[in-house]
Write a protein that binds this ligand. Structure first.
Ligand code: FE2
Length: 228
């Protein structure tokens, strides 16, 4: 009997548990919802508590469940040598894994105003200096980012990233739950799916994109910039 041991290391370990799936002895560590650093209602009036509650407990949870299931199924298929099934499951791994990861970034790069949400990073920070050098002002960077968000046709994300190749701060757009990787290190992940705003803003997507900057955790973005 072939023995396969697949370990998926979660960046968010709380609540994680190892599974063993029958005779195949496939083992992996499940991902789980990350702990939030604020209460659902603390981003009001910019993002309603009800939106955060649904977004976190329903939408993000669905990606957590979908990723765990897809990885488990893929590991089982691999252990059986069913390569066609392994390949067929790739899309689910990508979609749900991206959804899991993007939302983890999203929650951490939001913060209530009472905890510093919306405050630009310190002028002595590497991120602040880089943004001023490249864009002239944070307003210009935000304008570029909002244009990328507005350009998402359907569902997707905009990311402010650090390009490790040249150290530049860039704005990129992704569809569905595609994420950024490789040389592009996410500093801010901004959710442009309707589920992120529709309950409060309906079709006024641009208003949501304007409002969200009031609860952006630039300190977190600055930390990600320094660590990249
Ligand atoms: Fe979302």
């Amino acid at each position: 009997m072939s023995l396969l041991r697949t370990v998926i290391r979660s960046t968010i370990p709380q609540g994680s548990k190892a599974l063993s799936t029958g005779a195949i002895r496939t083992e992996f560590t499940q991902v789980s919802l990350p702990a939030l650093k604020w209460d659902f209602g603390e981003l009001e009036p910019f993002i309603s508590g009800r939106i955060n509650e649904l977004h976190y407990t329903k939408h993000h949870q669905t990606y957590v469940n979908g990723f765990n299931k897809a990885v488990e199924q893929q590991a089982e298929a691999l252990a059986k040598g069913d390569i066609s099934k392994v390949l067929a499951l790739q899309q689910n791994v990508k979609f749900h894994g991206g959804g899991y990861k993007n939302h983890c970034l999203f929650w951490d790069n939001l913060s209530p105003t009472k905890n510093g949400g919306g405050e630009l990073p310190a002028s002595s920070s590497g991120l602040y200096k880089k943004v001023i050098d490249e864009y002239g002002s944070f307003d210009n960077l935000i304008k570029d980012t909002n244009a990328k968000l507005a350009g998402v046709q359907g569902s997707g994300w905009a990311f402010i990233v650090k390009n490790k190749e040249n150290g530049a701060v860039e704005v990129v757009q992704r569809y569905n739950q595609d994420t950024v990787s490789g040389n592009l290190v996410p500093l801010l992940a901004l959710d442009a799916w309707e589920h992120a705003y529709y309950l409060q803003y309906q079709n006024r997507k641009a208003d949501y994109f304007k409002a969200i900057w009031n609860v952006i955790n630039w300190a977190e973005a600055s930390k990600r910039f320094d660590q990249a």
